[in-house]
Design a protein around this ligand. Structure first.
Ligand SMILES: [Zn+2]
Length: 210
């Protein structure tokens, strides 16, 4: 009898309790909120990480060299150089201006040395390829060349120098289309202190360091 009463009593308490506490948000819903907050936090954190990644991947070299004004100046210096080269050349029609002034960059001294060595090793083949491509013979000296001290520096029959149209130190390649024959004295001129090739190299260097 008392057991029966007790059972009923407990049942009533139970239903009363669930009635009283139904407004309290169940734990499950709370944690969804927490998860949402955590997800938003993660998103924010990921966005920040990405932003700082971009910050870090920014090149340390100043991009101002790409400004239109600077490219215009580079283009002018480059055009002057190419026309000077043609005026000094025995085969001006073979000189193609494939130089994109906006993309000129100084190569590292190590890379430059490597390319120089590669050139010295392949010079003969490159000249042979150039002759084939231009359907003409690489010019040779028909008279001996003497230096200022009167010493003969080129014998009759020696080949003209091979000059890189786009200098190796400005990203030029050891390709037949990028070399051109030049008389050694004219070659010295383009590379002299105020030579047009030197000017171009200096301009690119200057634009890079500004
Ligand atoms: Zn040269």
């Amino acid at each position: 009898m008392s057991g029966e009463f007790l059972h009923t009593d407990v049942k009533d308490i139970k239903s009363e309790a669930s009635e009283n506490y139904k407004d309290i948000k169940p734990e499950k819903e709370m944690s969804i909120k927490d998860i949402k907050a955590a997800v938003i936090d993660e998103f924010k954190k990921a966005a920040n990480d990405k932003a700082s990644d971009n910050e870090m991947s920014k090149p340390s070299v100043d991009n101002t060299k790409n400004e239109p004004e600077k490219i215009k100046v580079l283009e002018e210096v480059k055009d002057k150089y190419i026309s000077d080269l043609k005026s000094k050349s025995d085969c001006p029609e073979s000189i193609k201006d494939n130089i994109d002034a906006s993309k000129l960059e100084k190569t590292s001294p190590e890379e430059n040395a490597k390319l120089r060595e590669e050139f010295e090793q392949n010079k003969k083949d490159l000249i042979a390829q150039w002759e084939k491509d231009n359907n003409t013979e690489w010019p040779k000296y028909t008279e001996p060349v003497y230096n200022v001290d009167g010493k003969m520096i080129k014998k009759v029959g020696y080949r003209y120098d091979a000059h890189h149209i786009q200098p190796l130190e400005l990203g030029g390649k050891n390709e037949a289309s990028n070399i051109t024959p030049l008389d050694c004295k004219k070659h010295q001129e383009v590379h002299s202190k105020n030579g047009t090739c030197t000017n171009l190299v200096e301009k690119v260097k200057g634009a890079q360091n500004e």
